[in-house]
Write a new protein. Structure first.
Length: 127
């Protein structure tokens, strides 16, 4: 089975410049921007510029340069937005994939969320 990328998804449109975004960081391979519906004082989305559907698609098929750049940008955003885990109270990095993961936008994105205590990731009753 292969991953199928939908070029009409909203992050593809952001990457093509068709709709605006509040850019936090940008490189040749990676874009970071403010989530439009922030769940905490800091809520930044980091996306690769390549056509990857999900975390596992990106991890399996992106180049080493894309993967390294993506994570360096994410770390820089944590530092610059004051949530880095060595000097602050930390943050949560989340990525949803597919229907069970309740992924709304089918372009891989990492949520960087912080600036307040976030509670447990999943309630034990959900297991
Ligand atoms: P997910 O459920 O993991 O696919 O998350 C999608 C995220 O994209 C949500 O947190 C939305 O608030 C966010 N989002 C949707 N459209 C936009 C947009 N145009 N600009 C920024 N964030 C967006």
């Amino acid at each position: 089975m292969a991953w199928t990328y939908d070029d009409a998804n909203i992050f593809a449109r952001i990457l093509r410049g068709e709709i605006p975004n509040r850019t936090v960081a940008e490189t040749d391979h990676t874009l970071a921007f403010e989530d439009i519906q922030p769940q905490a004082p800091v809520h930044v989305l980091v996306i690769p510029k390549g056509r990857y559907v999900s975390f596992d698609h990106f991890a399996a098929e992106a180049s080493d340069a894309e993967i390294a750049d993506f994570h360096r940008v994410a770390a820089r955003v944590c530092r610059e937005r004051g949530i880095a885990s060595d000097t602050t109270e930390g943050f949560r990095a989340i990525t949803n994939a597919g229907a069970h993961g309740v992924q709304e936008v089918p372009h891989y994105h990492l949520h960087l969320i912080g600036g307040r205590p976030l509670g447990r990731m999943l309630a034990k009753a959900d297991a």
